[in-house]
Ligand binder design. Structure first.
Ligand SMILES: [Zn+2]
Length: 177
């Protein structure tokens, strides 16, 4: 598979994008700079055996954490269906999960908001399990992400300082049904 990244679009989508919640933008930044303390990374510092705490068997590197883990089976397919409510042409791929969405269309910005929130929730779910022993199933994770996204879009359309409310109202109505 060949991937030609439009660097400007990629940067805009993940980091300039004013609609991505701060915490998720920070997480995107940590993903890009390899600053996420996955078990594989902790293993290099001898703080972990490197294995994923959720599925136990495989090494938890970034790709495993965000995409490959069997504890995410079905999650991204569900997210694809969810995102198709605003863009019927959308196809999820591992590449898009890892780096963001770069098709130059009107949905680019909103889709990257959704992908960023998803990745942040995956990381939060993993940490809840690792540190609080709180297990969130894959389907609960999906409901949680959906809810976070809908709430976030709601807050965007009620933010008086912003002027693009029309577009996000449309997205909000589609996602919230
Ligand atoms: Zn795993």
């Amino acid at each position: 598979m060949e991937h030609n990244i439009d660097f400007t679009l990629w940067y805009k989508g993940n980091f300039i994008n004013e609609f991505i919640p701060r915490k998720c933008k920070d997480f995107n930044w940590r993903i890009f700079h390899g600053l996420v303390n996955t078990e594989a990374k902790l293993n290099l510092m001898k703080y972990s055996n490197g294995n994923c705490k959720l599925c136990i068997h495989d090494t938890e590197n970034l790709e495993h954490l965000l995409h490959d883990c069997t504890e995410l089976t079905g999650f991204w397919t569900n997210m694809e269906c969810f995102i198709r409510k605003i863009n019927q042409e959308f196809h999820i791929s591992k590449f898009i999960v890892m780096t963001g969405y770069f098709d130059q269309n009107q949905y680019n910005e909103a889709i990257n908001v959704i992908l960023s929130i998803s990745k942040w929730c995956i990381w939060k779910r993993r940490n809840n399990f690792k540190y609080e022993q709180e297990y969130i199933t894959t389907s609960q994770l999906y409901l949680w992400v959906k809810n976070e996204v809908v709430q976030h879009f709601y807050s965007i359309i009620h933010d008086k300082n912003k002027k693009h409310n029309k577009t996000y109202t449309k997205y909000y109505e589609k996602l919230n049904c």
